[in-house]
Write a protein that binds this ligand. Structure first.
Ligand SMILES: Nc1ncnc2c1ncn2[C@@H]1O[C@H](COP(=O)(O)OP(=O)(O)OP(=O)(O)O)[C@@H](O)[C@H]1O
Length: 361
């Protein structure tokens, strides 16, 4: 269990962490997602004891870690920039942590652990090669393996798949959670890739400007995003956000009057808002729920589905539909779109100082 409370850390004038609270439960695989510079690595280093916070507390398994040296914290960390022994074999690099007095295992147990981790990371065929002869992607997997072989109170992983090509990355994502030690060990996994976070995280914490903006399961983050920026971070193509205002009856009217929706909005009439709908939640043609009328702007084939961009007055919205449904659509064709009321999200308008928060339960 990892618990951070009110953790702040500045580097000169840069506030890397700003009162960060975080709870990773025992045995959980927790993904910390955020853009570059949000404070992800600093969070990991603070847990590992490699950075000392200016304020706040770090607890591991309920024990305050103030004054506890990194080595004594019992966590295993894998950095994006990894240090391996280039002249030693892959096997020796993996075995090295198991030879330290703290983690010493009988040789047969060590071989078993290394074998399982190497198999699942796809490096079992490389065990006799020297690390100096490996590609970057192979080295990254060895570095990850070296963390995962050793018994630890928690694994701290910083973008461990970043150097792999897309296919291998996808494959590794599936394998990673199958590794026995990962299943058993509390893991804090840093990424800036929302697809990775959704695929891996038992829960996800979204970090921005040194604070956690939202923590939740993938469903909570997807269906109940805290604000427009969280909504924009998940899903490709991105969520559609139409600007407008709340009407006296609690409805929505787009800024140019082209879209009107009866929302039952819990906001004062006249409030500037954004209505959000994800591209896969919009359908072509009339259906149950709300209907919108517009014209086709452009279509783009994405494998078996098609992204259709539709002009609604001055706005464009994107939807993703099966290829068959979009066959024959031409620019400027009139179209109707439907969306279920439960798939519409309502946000305050974005402001210069902060993204618009979601309105509603
Ligand atoms: N040792 C340091 N000295 C000075 N500034 C630092 C140091 N470490 C981090 N920072 C700054 O603190 C902020 C947060 O950095 P951090 O590395 O935690 O972000 P991150 O979310 O991990 O980003 P990335 O995804 O790019 O690795 C950044 O503005 C960074 O430049």
């Amino acid at each position: 269990m990892i618990r951070l409370r009110g953790v702040s850390k500045a580097f000169g004038a840069v506030r890397a962490l700003d009162g960060l609270d975080l709870d990773v439960r025992e045995g959980e695989f927790f993904c910390l997602l955020g853009p570059s510079g949000a404070g992800k690595t600093t969070t990991l280093k603070t847990v590992a004891g490699l950075e000392v916070p200016d304020a706040g507390t770090v607890e591991l398994d309920g024990k305050d870690q103030r004054g506890v040296e990194p080595y004594d914290r019992g966590v295993a960390m894998c950095f994006e920039s990894y240090a391996l022994y280039p002249h030693k074999s892959v096997y020796d690099n993996l075995a090295f942590p198991l030879r330290s007095p703290r983690h010493r295992l009988p040789a047969s147990r060590a071989r078993e652990r290394i074998g399982e981790v190497a198999e699942l990371l796809g490096i079992a065929g490389l065990l006799d090669r020297s690390v100096g002869q490996l590609s970057n992607g192979q080295r990254q997997r060895v570095a990850l393996g070296r963390v995962l072989v050793r018994p630890a109170r928690a694994f701290l992983l910083d973008e461990p798949l970043s150097h792999l090509d897309a296919k291998l990355r996808q494959q590794m994502r599936a394998e990673l959670k199958a590794i026995g030690s990962v299943r058993r060990t509390t893991t804090l996994y840093v990424t800036h890739d929302s697809v990775e976070a959704l695929a891996l995280g038992d829960r996800i914490g979204v970090i921005r400007d040194g604070r956690i903006v939202q923590t939740g399961t993938r469903e909570e983050i997807w269906y109940r995003p805290h604000d427009t920026e969280v909504a924009r971070a998940f899903g490709r193509p991105r969520i559609n956000l139409l600007p407008g205002t709340v009407t006296p009856g609690g409805g929505f009217r787009s800024a140019d009057g082209a879209v009107e929706l009866d929302l039952g909005a819990r906001a004062a009439p006249g409030t500037d808002v954004l209505v959000g709908a994800r591209p896969r939640d919009l359908a072509l043609g009339e259906g149950p729920g709300h209907t919108l009328t517009g014209t086709v702007y452009v279509t783009e084939v994405l494998g078996r589905s098609v992204e259709v961009t539709v002009r609604l007055g001055a706005q464009h919205v994107a939807l993703v539909v099966p290829r068959g449904e979009a066959a024959g659509l031409r620019p400027d064709d009139p179209v109707r779109l439907s969306v279920r009321p439960e798939n519409l999200l309502l946000f305050e308008a974005d402001r210069p100082e902060r993204p618009g928060r979601r309105i509603g339960p």
